[in-house]
Structure formats: structure tokens, C-alpha cells
Design a protein around this ligand. Structure first.
Ligand code: ADE
Length: 345
């Protein structure tokens, strides 16, 4: 059931001075665990097994890429890098040790934005705007530093104790203004990226942010992939919103949102709203939920999340099997969530 990679980190109890608690998430090449330092302060540790062969692998490229990018970031809506090492001893339950590489990140105790929308339903305009504004603030900062994130999606939008956005996962971040390699997650990729053309990572970030915004408002992705023959994307870019809604969801949006969204996901990156134009748009400047509103409403939503996602730090990761079935449940949910209602188009 477990890969060797997972077995290796499964039974660890400490890494350096950190005491390991429960698992927060599993990535493609790493595992994220809640950890406490000697003062009791909590961090999220991104951990991978370190061996001489692995040190030359793609996984490690991403590991160093994340560290080098995050080191440069200092913003209220970006997860802070606290400490890292590419060679640290992890002590296992039986007292044996292994070498690991880890990144100690700020702990975002309210988990992934993804879970709130997937499990507790769509957000109001004012709530969606609150989160979207913070995502745009983070992107404005990242782009201002000369970087693009390239994996903007709700799973990488974490929430701190006050439900403020903490953007995470800088493994794909780049300073290249023209990118050649396709990175990220299909549903959030801009059409030029999907088509394997050269692209600008910052333009792609804004495209992905618009997809997130749509998901927050409807609980559904706007299309499967932003490709010319995707039946949903096709409707949107032709402005056939009536047909789009007929097959997609029973919803009506204000004209200002339709204008905002259409211009954010235009097939031609040059025609898309720039960050400055986004911030000037009528929809962007509509009413926003207050921080108190968000804390109240989202604390209530949080109670409805399944325990695995609510990140209780007192549930020790002793039941490996139970956790893995929860993880399976979560990925099934993800598949359902990504499925758009079928119908005649
Ligand atoms: N999952 C992945 N990274 C996390 C973090 N920093 N805080 C909380 N949950 C996480």
C-alpha cells in the first residue's frame, strides 16, 4: 500500500529539534507534517528522504527551487519560510535514523481553501472577493519581485488562524519571463501553456487566479481544460453564456462579473486583463466581506470539514491506514468536484 518513499518517513518521530505530530498533506515528492520546535511553536515541515541518488533528482531541483524563491518573499499573504536543511537526521520510533531534507514553513492552521469550497459550498460574492483580493495582492508582490508562481490552485491557497490567505508551494516558481516547459495543473493552465507554446508565467498566474475565483463562486471549475475544443471553454470565449449556464449550473452572474471573468481568461494572453486592469475593474471593486464576517462564517464552515482536513494537532498519526482511506476519500471527492454536469451543448 505504501511506497518505499512513504515507509521511510512514516514512522519518524523527530527531525533535528522538531517533534513530529500529524500529517497535513502528501505531495508528489514529499510529505507535510505538523511539527513543534523546543519552544512549542508549530510549523509545517515539508519532508523528503535524502539519499545521494535523490540529491541529483528532479525532486531535489523542486526542493531547492522552492527554498530559493521563498527566501526572497516577505508578504502577509505568502507562507513564510522559517528554516530548511538538505541533510538532517530523522529519528524513527525504533531509534534508528535516516537522512532527510526538510523545509520548515509557517503553519497555516485553517488548512486549504480548496476544502472549504469543495466540502461546504460556494462562497458569496463578498466572501469570494475577500479571498480573491488577497490572492491578487500576493501575486502582485511575487510578480513585483520578478517571479511567477506557476501553480496557482485552491490546494495551494492556505488559510491562517484568521482565515487570511497564505499562498504556498513555490516548487514551480520561476524568474524566467518566457517559459518553455509546461508546469502546474491542467484545469488551471492557460491555453497557451496547454498548447505547449512559449508563455509568460505571470500571465498564467492571473489566468489561474480567475479559474479559482470562478470555483469559489460556483463550486465548479469553469471548464475541464482551457482548450479550443473544450465544450465549456468554447462557450465562454464565444460569449455564449446562456448556453454555458444551461449545461453548467443554474446560476446567473452580474454583467460586471461576466465582463471581468471573460477578459481574465481570454485565449489571447495579450487581450487579458493585466494586474493593474484587474484592480481597476468594476467587479473587483464591489463590496467585500469584513474580516469579522469571514472569521464568523468560516469558523462555522470549518466545523463541517472532515477531521483529516481540520488539522487537529492532538490526533497523532498512529493510524496510518485510517488516514490513507481518508486521503482516498479526498481524492475521490476531488474527481467529483472536477466533473462538470454533462448535457447537450
Ligand atoms: N499543508 C501543507 N502545508 C501546510 C501549512 N503550511 N500549514 C497547514 N497545512 C499545510
Amino acid at each position: 500500500k505504501y511506497s518505499d518513499k512513504e515507509k521511510a518517513v512514516k514512522k519518524m518521530t523527530t527531525i533535528g529539534d522538531y517533534k513530529l505530530l500529524n500529517t497535513l498533506g502528501r505531495g508528489a515528492f514529499s510529505k507535510v507534517k505538523l511539527a513543534k520546535d523546543s519552544t512549542g511553536k508549530r510549523y509545517a515541515l515539508k519532508i523528503m528522504k535524502s539519499t545521494p541518488e535523490k540529491a541529483k533528482s528532479k525532486d531535489f531541483d523542486m526542493f531547492y527551487n522552492e527554498i530559493n524563491s521563498l527566501k526572497k518573499m516577505e508578504h502577509k499573504n505568502i507562507l513564510k519560510l522559517h528554516k530548511y536543511s538538505d541533510k538532517e537526521k530523522a529519528v524513527k520510533k525504533d531509534g534508528s535514523t535516516i537522512n532527510v531534507a526538510y523545509i520548515a514553513l509557517e503553519y497555516a492552521e485553517n488548512g486549504e481553501l480548496f476544502d472549504y469550497v469543495a466540502e461546504t459550498g460556494k462562497f458569496s460574492d463578498q466572501e469570494a472577493r475577500y479571498f480573491y483580493h488577497q490572492i491578487i495582492d500576493a501575486l502582485e508582490y511575487i510578480h513585483g519581485q520578478g517571479y511567477a508562481h506557476r501553480d496557482i490552485k485552491p490546494e495551494n491557497i492556505l488559510l491562517d488562524e484568521n482565515f487570511n490567505v497564505k499562498l504556498a508551494d513555490f516548487g514551480f516558481a520561476t524568474k524566467d519571463s518566457i517559459c518553455h516547459t509546461r508546469k502546474g495543473t491542467f484545469g488551471y493552465m492557460a491555453p497557451e501553456v496547454l498548447a505547449n507554446e512559449d508563455y509568460n508565467g505571470q500571465q498564467e498566474d492571473l489566468f489561474s487566479a480567475a479559474v479559482i475565483l470562478f470555483i469559489l463562486l460556483t463550486q465548479h471549475p469553469p471548464f475541464i481544460r482551457a482548450e479550443p475544443n473544450d465544450k465549456y471553454y468554447k462557450k465562454i470565449i464565444k460569449g455564449k453564456w446562456d448556453q454555458f449556464w444551461d449545461v453548467h449550473a443554474d446560476m446567473k452572474f452580474p454583467d460586471s462579473f461576466i465582463d471581468f471573468f471573460s477578459k481574465s481568461i481570454s485565449p489571447d494572453p495579450k487581450e487579458r486583463l493585466t494586474l493593474a486592469q484587474i484592480k481597476e475593474h468594476e467587479w473587483y471593486n464591489g463590496p467585500v466581506a469584513t474580516q469579522q464576517d469571514i472569521i464568523k462564517k468560516f469558523s462555522e464552515r470549518k466545523l463541517k470539514l472532515t477531521p483529516y482536513q481540520s488539522n487537529k494537532d492532538d490526533t497523532k498519526d498512529t493510524k496510518g491506514r485510517a488516514k490513507s482511506s481518508k486521503a482516498n476519500k479526498k481524492s475521490r471527492k476531488y474527481t467529483n468536484f472536477l466533473m462538470v454536469k454533462d448535457g447537450d451543448v
